[in-house]
Design a protein around this ligand. Structure first.
Ligand code: NDP
Length: 602
């Protein structure tokens, strides 16, 4: 079906059938078990390539007000918001050598954020910073995390190149004992975990992966010593090399054009093509974004969130492909609203979706000259099945003679690896280097995976408590039995594509909880009944978009084609409503999460 073809009922039925077949080509019986954890199971990356060996220091054995686990945007924002409420001792503990989180580790060539910088970079109103490009490069984003940390005086107490190894609640001292891999053992009255969703690298468990004798690395630990060059390109070390890359998600799409420029020959191993929409990056001025007005950034960020969450907005300030596609996203992002006539709504939605996907597929045809290659690059699934990507360079790469697209869908990905290279079907592709743009275990924080053990009251492990009865929280932040522990950006809350905005709202909430507990001499700990009521509310609408994900092509949105994990995992009315709910709750019902400090009195 082409872009211009009319979306008749027959055409839509054909499309449905095509999507089903394409999904079948990719679903694997091993689901999410097809991946290896890069560090734990593959032994990759014990060392930090940017900070080098950590400088020796004495172990810390004191008491602070708040320990913040993780120095990405979540941790930096939690620290900044706590400081603004007057909390004196905030200690951020971070594995990397500096603040930045995902933007600290990911420094691959041409790394940018594809969410507009004026809404992605948090606290622009507070810091006075105005980004110069519509879509900022990674280094600028990292510098901004540092800027917020500096302005909030977070360096003084921070521990870098340090991983928290356990968190244990101590009733006697009314504090958490925090231990680390550097021998630290200190107390913190409160703990905020901001361990991120994109921190655990994954590699495909391709049979024979360990036999490959060539060079390998993951995009989030780019090996410039091997490739030469910088984030801007000039990868001269690859000039005579046969280079392979696995993965064509948001990372692969950004990095492939730079690899194509410099590799002797580039093989792109693709399983599922991304939707590659227009990016149109450009310089902007303060005037363009209205940065002369107080509060401009907060207003712009709220406007973006409203639009991508399907809420009504007077105007579209960002006006890019995220917002122009929002008519589609509206129906499927968590703000999904129950229409009166469900069947009519679904039918209208399907037409809108097909029109958008036809536009995406037509773009492939327009740009890629070889029809066979173009066919392989066309995505056959509904728009919101995978995270959309944006590039004005990626598809063009496949018109080069020194780039080969290898479609691996029929074999559910690369079949196996040998000492010399990669096998797909009957062909062995001999390679000098294979780069994994295979992403992260999305949503798996150290706390949920158990890699960071958390022992609450009476020594109960959070993981065991949740394994027995499913995750139990109030708003995703706090849990009964785990006093003064606040989890950021986690389960049973609401998320958005503009994740730093979500983190900032959560950081504001975390800081308010700490301030309220301090002001009233309380512990932060919701009752079981309060948690149960919250979870019951989540469950009411939770099933609404299950059907959609169940029919999608596999990916981390749907647990690799198996549907979402059991239990309500998200607030069903979207981030805008969730943030409003939190604000109202802070004003009216904060006592629900507080209890007297002495448990004997409760
Ligand atoms: P993703 O998880 O999105 O993509 C992984 C890729 O690896 C997919 O194309 C996947 O194919 C492929 N893959 C995995 N296993 C195999 C296999 N055995 N054989 C062949 N291909 C395989 O990782 P990314 O690093 O691209 O993105 C991670 C996260 O970071 C996402 O949330 C993304 O949105 C975010 N990000 C955001 C950016 C931004 O600008 N805001 C920039 C970059 C990343 P398949 O689809 O078939 O599973």
């Amino acid at each position: 079906m082409t872009h211009s073809q009319k979306l008749t009922p027959e055409a839509l039925a054909d499309l449905r059938e095509r999507y089903r077949k394409e999904r079948e080509r990719r679903v694997r019986p091993d689901g999410a078990r097809q991946y290896l954890a890069a560090e734990a199971e593959f032994g990759y990356y014990a060392a930090d390539p940017y900070a080098g060996a950590a400088a020796a220091r004495e172990p810390v054995r004191d008491r602070v007000d708040v320990a913040v686990v993780g120095g990405g945007f979540g941790g930096v924002l939690a620290g900044a918001r706590l400081r603004r409420l007057g909390v004196a001792r905030v200690r951020v503990i971070e594995k990397g050598g500096d603040f930045g989180g995902t933007w600290y580790w990911n420094r691959y060539p041409d790394i940018h954020c594809d969410i507009e910088s004026h809404v992605y970079l948090p606290m622009l109103d507070e810091t006075g910073y105005v980004p110069e490009w519509k879509y900022a490069p990674g280094a600028e984003i990292r510098r901004h995390a540092v800027r917020i940390a500096e302005k909030s005086d977070l360096y003084a107490d921070a521990l870098f190149s340090t991983a928290v190894t356990s968190l244990s609640w101590d009733d006697a001292s009314g504090a958490w004992l925090v231990t680390t891999d550097r021998g630290d053992a200190f107390l913190a009255t409160y703990v905020v975990t901001a361990t991120g969703t994109l921190s655990e690298l994954k590699l495909p468990g391709i049979p024979g992966i360990e036999r490959f004798a060539g060079h390998t690395f993951h995009t989030s630990r780019w090996d410039y010593a091997y490739t030469g060059g910088t984030v801007d390109g000039g990868l001269t070390g690859l000039a005579d090399k046969r280079v392979g890359i696995v993965g064509t998600g948001a990372t692969g799409i950004q990095v492939v054009p730079k690899l194509a420029e410099d590799a002797g020959h580039l093989y792109v191993f693709q399983r599922t093509p991304s939707t590659v929409d227009v990016r149109a990056n450009r310089r902007t001025t303060a005037r363009d974004v209205g940065a002369d007005r107080h509060g401009w950034a907060t207003e712009r960020r709220d406007n973006f969130l409203r639009i991508v969450s399907g809420e009504r907005a007077e105007e579209d300030l960002v006006a890019d492909r995220w917002t122009s596609s929002a008519a589609l996203l509206e129906k499927l992002l968590p703000s999904f609203r129950r229409p009166d006539d469900r069947a009519a709504f679904e039918a209208a939605y399907e037409v809108a979706d097909a029109a958008k996907m036809n536009e995406i597929r037509a773009r492939v045809e327009e740009i890629v000259t070889d029809p066979d290659t173009a066919e392989k690059l066309k995505p056959w699934y509904r728009y919101a099945c995978k995270r959309p990507t944006f590039s004005d360079l990626y598809l063009q790469v496949f018109n080069r003679d020194d780039v080969t697209l290898v479609d691996t869908a029929d074999t559910h990905g690369i079949e196996r690896m040998t000492e010399r290279g990669v096998v797909v079907g009957d062909t062995e592709y001999v390679l000098d280097c294979l780069i994994f743009a295979t992403g992260f275990s999305v949503g798996v924080s150290g706390i949920h995976s158990g890699r960071l053990p958390v022992h609450g009251r009476g020594g109960t492990r959070l993981r065991d408590a949740w394994a027995a009865r499913g995750p139990h929280t109030l708003h995703g932040f706090t849990s009964n039995g785990f006093p003064n522990l606040i989890q950021l950006g986690g389960t049973q809350s609401a998320s958005s594509v503009n994740y730093t905005h979500v983190l900032d709202e959560h950081a504001v909430h975390a800081a308010a909880l700490v301030a309220a507990a301090e002001a009233t001499g309380s512990l932060i700990e919701p009752s079981r009944e309060t948690e149960d009521a919250w979870i019951a509310g989540l469950a009411e609408n939770a099933a609404d978009h299950e059907w959609f994900h169940a029919e999608c092509t596999p990916g981390y949105y749907n647990a690799e084609g198996r549907g979402r994990p059991g239990g309500p995992t998200a607030y069903p009315h979207g981030a805008v409503a969730f943030h409003a709910l939190l604000k109202r709750w802070r004003e009216e019902s904060m006592h629900q999460a507080l209890r007297p400090r002495d448990p004997a009195r409760s």
